[in-house]
Design a protein around this ligand. Sequence first.
Ligand SMILES: [Zn+2]
Length: 273
Amino acid sequence: MGDRAVGQVITDVELGSIAVLKTYSPQPSSLVGRPIDGVSRHGKFIDVDVDGTHLIFHLARAGWLRWSEKIPKTRVRPGKSPIALRVRLSDESGFDLTEAGTRKGLAAYVVENANEVPGVARLGPDPLDDDFTEDAFASILSEHNKQIKGLLRDQSVIAGVGNAYSDEILHVAKTSPFAMAPKLSAEQVHTVYLALRETLLGAVAVAHGKPAAELKDAKRSGMRVHGRTGEDCPVCGDVVREVSFADTSLQYCATCQTGGKPLADRRMSKLLK
Ligand SMILES: [Zn+2]
């Protein structure tokens, strides 16, 4: 979307859902007549720089962005459309933010400074940035006395790695999700760093140019262990195991990652007590 949107002037911003807009001032209408200078990403937030003011959105799990070369002429009206927000551009293209079902996670903000958006300010560095070097990664690990799995998916430490990709990264790196970050050897740090970059670059390549509808399938079919409990590890053939938590779970291969020893599943052990 970035390539197409930059340089265009916003001709209208239409709100289909008042609830999606989390800020009151500046008004979305203040973006009209101004050019898009850039589109960037802060972790899971997309930041559209409109002549120094920012339209920022977080798509959450059920939201998606649809780019149209020719955006429909019909105006989006509050409460009358599944489209939460529509932005029209000067060449008649534009984009819609839509949210499926009843999950209301989609959020949009209009702010003068990206740091005003809660969640953006406390985001850690983007691991695909050029200055995210192995040294930078090593010092992050040494400063956080946490398990590597939790650390990788902590958005305030490293931006943009979720539950799924942290499972994948640790499987590629043959590292236990429960390994304590500061205790990793220099060699392990090197391996995890490479796995992190490789996995995220792969994810970007898979996503590039795909319509949102195909993206979820493409993402899932590219997973080695995440979401594959009970299936065969593609590397060694051992069964993919799971550790469950209250609201989430992780997947891993014991042979590849934990010296063949299954990790304790707290939920299971609780049930057995
Ligand atoms: Zn394996």
